[in-house]
Design a binder for this molecule. Structure first.
Ligand SMILES: Nc1ncnc2c1ncn2[C@@H]1O[C@H](COP(=O)(O)OP(=O)(O)OP(=O)(O)O)[C@@H](O)[C@H]1O
Ligand SMILES: [Mg+2]
Length: 253
């Protein structure tokens, strides 16, 4: 396994209304791994992502990024960790795709020619180069997610965190995002994917974590965890196959 990228120690977040968002969560995330974090609605996936990005202060416990407390290493975090939120619209900054993707490398102070080369390379990698002068707001949902991925590629970061990358996407949209993820994995990047849609991406995962009520209930190889899946987690084993129309219903009996 690679070096430790994030280490999370007994992390807790209790909201002012008493809502326990995350309770005593400990986890190490390693360079180069594809970590899939799943769990039912409200299990704490998005909250954990926001905490990993330093957007929510813990009530207790600590997150370290590359061995340093997160708040002391925010520059490295911003440089190295790309994020794709569920709402890709919220991340669009530029008037054109090229401008949008160039934003990251520009912020890092790269020379103009480098910025252009990185932006073009990234747009090519996600299949959006032909649309480089297009206004991003007119892209489809799947294209917007791919644009967010291109932004990450252009920055040349080490890791990506994606929250529900397949939400509201049609089949081609899911395929587009998956292709970008596979490309990042092949390039040796760390992928942290938070989703309840295991059936779409599990094959890419090196490790699976199940969150339940803000606690880690399972962590390990996908096969091992699915073989002993407790129904209380509200996670469906995606290994079931559909061979007939009458099987195509998500009822247990
Ligand atoms: N600002 C807040 N105040 C109070 N409770 C909050 C707040 N933000 C999140 N929570 C609670 O934290 C818990 C975890 O929420 P989170 O959004 O992380 O769930 P999730 O696993 O991402 O769910 P989903 O699958 O629906 O996206 C929920 O019980 C939620 O109600
Ligand atoms: Mg969520």
């Amino acid at each position: 396994m690679g070096k430790e990228l994030f280490s999370i120690h007994t992390l807790s977040k209790v909201f002012p209304n008493g809502n326990p968002g995350i309770t005593e969560l400990s986890l190490s995330i390693f360079e180069g791994e594809c970590l899939l974090i799943t769990g039912s609605n409200g299990s704490g996936k998005t909250l954990l992502m926001r905490m990993l990005l330093g957007l929510v202060e813990p009530t207790q416990g600590e997150i370290r990024f590359r061995g340093l407390p997160l708040h002391k290493n925010m520059d490295a975090l911003r440089r190295e960790v790309g994020m794709v939120f569920q709402d890709a619209d919220a991340q669009i900054i530029g008037e054109t795709l090229e401008e949008d993707v160039a934003f990251g490398p520009k912020n890092l102070g790269y020379p103009k020619e480098v910025i252009k080369a990185q932006a073009h390379g990234a747009l090519r990698a996600v299949g959006l180069f032909e649309k480089k002068d297009f206004p991003p707001r007119r892209l489809s949902g799947g294209e917007k997610r791919r644009l967010a991925v291109a932004g990450i590629l252009a920055m040349g970061g080490e890791a990506v965190i994606m929250d529900e990358p397949f939400a509201n996407l049609d089949w081609p949209g899911v395929v587009q995002v998956l292709e970008s993820l596979r490309r990042l994995k092949t390039a040796g990047k760390t992928l942290i994917i938070l989703t309840h849609e295991l059936e779409k991406v599990l094959a890419l995962a090196d490790r699976l974590v199940i969150l339940h009520k803000g606690m880690i209930r399972e962590a390990g190889t996908p096969e091992g965890i699915l073989d002993r899946l407790d129904p209380v987690y509200g996670v469906r084993d995606p290994r079931r196959t559909y061979t007939q129309v009458r099987d195509c219903i998500w009822l247990t009996e």
